[in-house]
Design a protein around this ligand. Structure first.
Ligand SMILES: [Zn+2]
Ligand SMILES: [Zn+2]
Length: 164
């Protein structure tokens, strides 16, 4: 009877590919921006800001839905909170319900599956802060939910929240 092949000698297959789980791409031309430090797309010259999630797009290797929001500003604020925590996310808008008066937009935030756990922690921190009362921005007068330290309208920091 021949010996069975030794299965323990199989080459190790890496679990993760070398590619990052989430990559920045140019909002205008789709160029993969990678870890560039300059704030301009080398392909088309469009400017972007690594600190502003609306200035670029993100492709996720393994998209996982983090949450669903009725208001775009809420989804954008979530994206900003995630980015501040170093997590890239993507936003998808779609229409729910039948076409016509009953339909409305919903906004889904996706993160990479590898970032899902860390993202959930960020969200729970946001909702803890949401116990705080809404505040009115001194810069533009917009009312901002207590969960956010930044005015989503003008980006101003809530002065009463600093030093916490
Ligand atoms: Zn570009
Ligand atoms: Zn403001």
């Amino acid at each position: 009877m021949p010996d069975m092949p030794d299965m323990t000698d199989m080459p190790d297959k890496p679990d993760k590919p070398d590619m990052p789980s989430a990559s920045l791409i140019c909002r205008v031309c789709g160029y993969r921006l990678g870890e560039r430090t300059e704030s301009r797309c080398p392909e088309c010259g469009s400017e972007f800001d690594r600190g502003d999630p609306t200035s670029f797009r993100v492709v996720l290797a393994h998209p996982a839905k983090l949450g669903e929001y009725d208001a775009e500003v809420t989804a954008l604020s979530i994206q900003q909170e995630l980015l501040d925590a170093g997590i890239l996310s993507s936003l998808e808008a779609s229409t729910r319900g039948v076409t016509g008066v009953l339909s409305r937009q919903i906004y889904r935030v996706f993160v990479d599956a590898a970032d899902l756990e860390a993202s959930a922690i960020v969200l729970s921190q946001v909702s803890e802060r949401a116990d705080r009362a809404n505040w009115r921005c001194q810069g533009c007068g917009e009312e901002v939910p207590g969960g956010f330290d930044l005015c989503w309208n003008c980006g101003r920091v809530d002065e009463s929240a600093t030093g916490r």
